[in-house]
Write a protein that binds this ligand. Structure first.
Ligand code: PNS
Length: 161
C-alpha cells in the first residue's frame, strides 16, 4: 500500500520552513500532497491560485509531491485521497501543544481514527520562520523575500515584493 501523507496548511505564503519540512519528509513517504486548507470566511494575503502556482514551482522537479486545495475537515480530505498520514511541522512548545490537540481531535473524528499525525520538528534555523511573520514584514514594507523558497526565480516575485 502506498504511503501517502497530506501536508495540510494555509501556506499564506508557503515559506522556506514549509519547504524544509517537505524535503525532510520525502524519504518517509511515497507521496506527499501539499493541501491548502481553504477558509472561505477569511480573506487570504496571497490568492489561492497564486499559492498553488508558487508551491508547484518549488517542487516542479519532484514527482513525489502534489499540490491541491481542500475545504472541510483535513481527515475527510485525507480519506478521500487514500492518505493515512497527516504531516505537520513543529517549531515551538506552543506549536506542539496545539498540534497534539489537533492530532487528538482528528483521531476522535470518524474519518480520522486510522490516520496518524506525524510531527516533524523544525530545524533551529527555521524556528522563527512563519507565514504570519512574512505577512507582518510585508505590512511594514520590510524585506521578506529571503523567507520564501521561490522568490529568486519565480515571475510571481514581481507581484509580492
Ligand atoms: O498552516 P495553518 O494555518 O496552521 O493550517 C491550518 C489548517 C488549514 C491545516 C487547519 O485549519 C485545518 O486542517 N483545517 C481544516 C479543518 C480541520 O480539519 N480542523 C481540525 C479538526 S477540528
Amino acid at each position: 500500500m502506498e504511503r501517502i501523507a497530506i501536508f495540510p496548511g494555509s501556506f499564506d505564503p508557503f515559506t522556506i520552513g514549509h519547504k524544509n519540512i517537505v524535503d525532510r519528509a520525502l524519504p518517509l513517504f511515497d507521496r506527499i500532497i501539499i493541501a491548502i486548507g481553504v477558509n472561505s470566511a477569511k480573506q487570504p494575503w496571497m490568492p489561492l491560485p497564486e499559492r498553488i502556482d508558487a508551491i508547484h514551482f518549488v517542487f516542479a522537479d519532484e514527482p513525489q509531491v502534489e499540490v491541491d486545495s481542500f475545504s472541510g475537515l483535513a481527515v475527510d480530505y485525507a480519506r478521500e485521497r487514500n492518505a493515512r498520514f497527516l504531516l505537520r511541522g513543529v517549531r515551538t512548545c506552543a506549536d506542539f501543544d496545539y498540534e497534539r490537540n489537533m492530532a487528538d481531535a482528528n483521531r476522535m473524528l470518524p474519518a480520522g481514527k486510522d490516520i496518524e499525525t506525524i510531527l516533524l520538528p523544525a530545524l533551529p534555523e527555521y524556528a522563527a520562520v512563519s507565514s504570519s511573520l512574512v505577512r507582518e514584514l510585508a505590512r511594514f514594507g520590510a524585506p521578506y523575500a529571503h523567507l520564501l523558497p521561490y522568490t529568486n526565480h519565480h515571475p510571481y516575485t514581481n507581484l509580492i515584493t
